[in-house]
Design a protein around this ligand. Structure first.
Ligand SMILES: [Zn+2]
Ligand SMILES: [Zn+2]
Length: 362
């Protein structure tokens, strides 16, 4: 099958023919129909987060089940699925307390064990590493049954793929991590795919004020279309002062969807008393975030959110219903559909910062 392989870090992806295995007892073979390009793929290509090479990246995808292992009962061939990197074991303390996105055993239990053949390899037998249990930049995926959710066949699979990472991360940060209440004020820093999803989450949750902060005017316009009530262009304005000004002294909830020290610190600084800043973006390894100590006396909270603290087997079908009834807007979030061969150009577009989301359609 064709796959986009990362052979060196930092590096670009190379389209190669690689081999994929047969499903083990609890594995599912999926024909990939759509895969979104996410910033976390780029972070790994650029070496901001480590990963062994060669590897097939990609982790935001939807497809159709091709074959299932002998013990799989949840899905069968022809079922439509969304994949999720928040694969869960189902029996560790985190899973059993409802925090499957924090599963402690996924790295050891949900992968092929030593002595078993790899899921992905080259014709000469060299192992090709799987990325985040998924590796979506390929015509097929071989994944654990706990890394997918079955969905309604009426749901278009290109839209569905976005729910696999960015949309769930943004909506989940609002609904599950921050638990925004109707009437509260919010600010979202960074209006890419994840920030726009957080803005939509704040609108759906019933926030009164939703201030979108970005440095690119076209993204701020899109943010307004998604539900932002106010916009702040941080290229020529002090974002913290502007947000405080618009929200009577600070927001109840801020969301950082950039992944940088300065914006994480701004998210904390723009809070009102008792407010909570949720950092969604991936801050590079080795970076420290600082807060002004005395502000902790105002009972402000700075927290992270991983994949929107999701329970994806229940969350994702709900998000699809929100799309179907018109509350969740996904059509506008796909800025461009591309082929697998165009993937490097897609990441160049992402670096320019002007597009919300490029999606590979197979
Ligand atoms: Zn992602
Ligand atoms: Zn677990």
């Amino acid at each position: 099958m064709k796959a986009a392989v990362l052979n060196a870090i930092p590096g670009q992806l190379e389209i190669e023919d690689i081999e994929i295995g047969e499903p083990g007892p609890r594995e599912v073979l999926i024909t990939t129909k759509a895969a979104g390009l996410c910033h976390s793929d780029l972070h790994h290509m650029e070496g901001k987060y480590p990963h062994p090479c060669p590897a097939v990246l990609g982790h935001e995808s939807a497809g159709v089940v091709e074959a299932v292992g002998s013990m799989v009962t949840y899905v069968q061939p022809d079922d439509h699925v969304i994949t999720c990197l928040s694969a869960f074991c189902g029996h560790c303390e985190e899973c059993l307390s409802g925090h499957m996105s924090r599963c402690e055993l996924k790295a050891t239990e949900l992968v092929r064990q030593p002595g078993e053949p790899p899921r992905l390899h080259r014709q000469d037998g060299e192992v090709v590493n799987q990325f985040l249990h998924l590796s979506s930049f390929a015509e097929q995926m071989l994944i654990h049954e706990h890394a997918l959710v079955k969905i309604d066949k009426d749901m278009p699979l290109d839209r569905a793929s976005l729910i696999g990472c960015g949309v769930t991360t943004g909506l989940g940060a609002v609904f599950r991590t921050a638990k925004v209440m109707p009437g509260e004020s919010t600010a979202v820093i960074g209006c890419g795919g994840i920030g726009l999803s957080a803005i939509q989450g704040a609108r759906i949750a019933g926030a009164n004020k939703i201030v979108a902060v970005d440095m690119i005017e076209s993204k701020l316009e899109l943010a307004q279309a998604m539900g932002a009530t106010h916009i702040v262009n941080a290229s020529d304005t002090d974002a913290v002062a502007a947000v405080k000004d618009l929200t009577n002294g600070g927001v109840h909830h801020s969301f950082e969807a950039v992944g940088a020290k300065v914006t994480a610190e701004q998210a904390f600084e723009m809070l009102r008393r008792g407010g909570q800043a949720t950092v969604i973006g991936m801050i590079p390894v080795g970076t420290t975030v600082e807060v002004h100590g005395p502000e902790l006396l105002d009972e402000k909270t700075l927290t992270g959110s991983n994949m929107g603290s999701n329970q994806f087997r229940t969350d994702m079908p709900r998000f699809i219903e929100m799309y179907m009834d018109g509350r969740l807007r996904l059509d506008e979030m796909i800025s461009k559909t591309i082929t697998l061969e165009e993937i490097n150009a897609g990441f160049e577009d992402m670096k320019s910062g002007h597009l919300a989301r490029s999606v590979i359609v197979f």
